[in-house]
Each structure stands twice: as C-alpha cells, then as structure tokens.
Design a protein around this ligand. Structure first.
Ligand SMILES: [Zn+2]
Length: 190
C-alpha cells in the first residue's frame, strides 16, 4: 500500500528516529521505506536479518517440539503448548514492524498469517497427505483438490504474503550463511 501523505501517528517517524539514533547519514532518511531494502528496514526497527533468522530458527525448534508433544499427547492443553513457543511474540513483533515500515496493508494480520504459514504450510484439506482418503478406509484416493497433491496450502495474502515469506526465508538464509562462516573460521583457527 502506497501512501502519499504521512499521518501524524505514522510509524515512519519512529523509523526515522531509529535511523538518526543509529547514526546513519541523513541522506538515507529521504528514501521511501517502500523502496528501502528489507535489511535496512529491519535494522531501523532494532533487528537485523541475521537476528530475525536466528529467532525464526528457534521458533522452528519450539514448534517442532510442540508438534511432537501433540502427537504423543493428543489431549494436551493448547495454551500449555502455545506457551512453549517462546520466540513467537518477538518474531511477530519484528515482522509486524517490518510490514508497517514497508507500508503493507494490515501489518499485524500479515505478520501472524505469514509466520503461521512459514511454520506449518501443510494443506488442511488433506492434512499433508496430498490425496483424499477413500471414504471409510485409511487408503489414499483421488489427488487432493485443495492442493493438487502438493501437500502444501496455498500461500496466503497474495503479493504481500509472498513478500513476507521471501523476507523470512532470506533472513534464515543469511543466518545460515553467517553460521557456516563462523564454523569455517573456528575450524581453520586451531
Ligand atoms: Zn491437500
């Protein structure tokens, strides 16, 4: 969403302030947030792509352990399970700030929906089987109509959803790159 005028309560002001505090040259302040790179926007919001990538990896680990618990204790309390996603709140906050600075519509919903899809893109119609069950049997029948056999649900929220998912993947990619580099350095030191 492009805005031609800035409302007084715009988060843009906060982004500018963050830039000023970070000591970035004033010429950068004139760049439209929509045109700034994701990394710049994240840094202005107090994050870096590597930090968000790290938080996402932690969240993925927490999610996996919750999913494992859910399989072994199907009647476990949902609140108890969700409380184990300790990294969820900070990830959502970072993504929402990024989306707000990018002037994407409905930043909060976008953040929640995209992060949930990123964690679990499983097609709900076939529960990731890729095919419908033959009624009354455990056998797989026709290809799932919802996902066409891909086992994945359709990506949510169109263009904005795609941009958000790209940003998340990019952060994880950068995180992995820097982990590899660190490992490489420590291996070649001794
Ligand atoms: Zn499906």
């Amino acid at each position: 969403m492009l805005m031609t005028t800035e409302p007084t309560n715009s988060p843009y002001r906060t982004v500018e302030e963050a830039y000023t505090r970070a000591g970035t040259s004033s010429s950068n302040l004139k760049v439209d947030p929509d045109r700034r790179g994701d990394a710049d926007v994240l840094i202005a919001a107090g994050w870096s792509p590597g930090m968000l990538g790290g938080a996402l990896m932690r969240l993925r680990g927490e999610w996996d352990s919750v999913a494992h618990q859910r399989r072994n204790h199907p009647d476990a309390d949902a609140v108890h399970l969700l409380a184990r996603l300790r990294s969820l709140a900070q990830v959502l906050e970072a993504v929402e700030r990024w989306a707000t600075a990018k002037h994407l519509a409905d930043a909060r919903t976008l953040a929640r929906t995209s992060v949930c899809y990123w964690l679990d893109p499983t097609c709900r119609a076939c529960l990731g089987r890729g095919a419908a069950l033959v009624p009354g049997t455990p056998m797989l029948g026709r290809v799932c109509k919802a996902c066409g056999g891909s086992r994945k649900a359709r990506e949510p929220l169109g263009q904005d959803g795609r941009r958000t998912l790209n940003m998340l993947d990019d952060c994880v990619g950068r995180r992995n790159q820097s982990m590899k580099k660190r490992l490489h350095v420590s291996m070649h030191r001794g």
